[in-house]
Design a protein around this ligand. Structure first.
Ligand code: PMM
Length: 265
């Protein structure tokens, strides 16, 4: 079954929903609503990765996410923790997270893979070339999907060397992370290079700037239009081999996937 990861950002500053769910009760209620709408996993994050974002202290991050993860996991909902920090990953698994989603693929914190190896959690390894504040400085590629696949392969080897079994790995080409504008489309067009790695593939296009740019050539496109665009890219990503998609508007993507499945019979 196709996975739909519902995004629960417990942050004051995420680019699309910053501040809306920083109160734990609201974040929990939002997570429960996303689950009811069809999310297979709730991806809880306490640090924004939007372009230009500054790092937050791991203790602040944990204060934000741990109560939310604990409550959602206690309801039997599969939860992933969206973090760069090994200490946050371990604390989150301790309160019930089953997956660690590290957009930096273990590069931001050298302790990450070793720490995950000690747990039974799966890990989503993102393609990353540096922190959000200057990630576009690294957006240079000759063939983006090939280079991203090659760099992900190195991260996968590192995870395996740290003792994480290959079956626990998920790879994510990191749409928008050190990729500008059309590079994201080139990467999606070359998704075969990523699925050829042989791991489950997670794709996150939700509300990202490159979608808005393709609609109006401008970043000022409202949320509902970005959600519709996300539903389309998510259905296409699944058509081209993605195992799961990470989205804000779970209901729209659920419907898009249902229609795509109906087409395929
Ligand atoms: N994108 C964001 C945050 N976390 N995790 C994965 N695995 N893949 C992504 O593409 C990804 C992510 C940035 O989006 P947000 O600030 O709206 O959550």
């Amino acid at each position: 079954m196709t996975g739909i990861w519902g995004i629960v950002n417990v942050t004051p500053d995420s680019f699309s929903d910053g501040g809306r769910y920083v109160d734990p009760e609201r974040a929990i209620a939002h997570g429960i609503a996303l689950r009811a709408a069809g999310a297979t996993v709730l991806d809880v994050g306490g640090e924004s990765t939007r372009p230009g974002a500054e790092r937050v202290d791991a203790s602040v991050e944990q204060q934000r996410v741990l109560p939310v993860i604990e409550q959602l996991a206690a309801r039997g909902i599969p939860v992933s923790i969206d973090t760069h920090n090994a200490s946050t990953a371990v604390a989150a698994v301790r309160v019930g997270a089953r997956i660690v989603n590290d957009v930096s693929g273990g590069l931001a914190d050298p302790e990450m893979f070793g720490a995950i190896a000690e747990t039974s959690a799966d890990v989503a390894i993102g393609h990353w070339r540096g922190p959000s504040f200057d990630m576009y400085a690294h957006a240079e590629y000759r063939r983006v999907s090939r280079e991203v696949a090659g760099e992900l392969r190195e991260r996968v080897s590192e995870a395996a060397a740290a003792g994480i079994a290959p079956a626990r790995l998920i790879v994510d080409p990191g749409i928008g992370f050190a990729k500008a504008g059309v590079q994201n489309w080139e990467l999606l067009r070359g998704l075969d290079d990523i699925t050829a790695l042989g791991h489950r593939v997670l794709i996150g296009t939700s509300r990202k700037r490159f979608l808005a740019e393709s609609l109006d050539g401008a970043a000022e496109v409202d949320e509902s239009r970005r959600d519709l665009a996300t539903a389309v890219t998510s259905a296409l990503a699944v058509r081209y081999g993605a195992w799961a998609v990470r989205v804000h508007d779970v209901a729209a993507t659920r419907d898009a996937l249902a229609i795509a499945h109906a087409w395929e019979g």
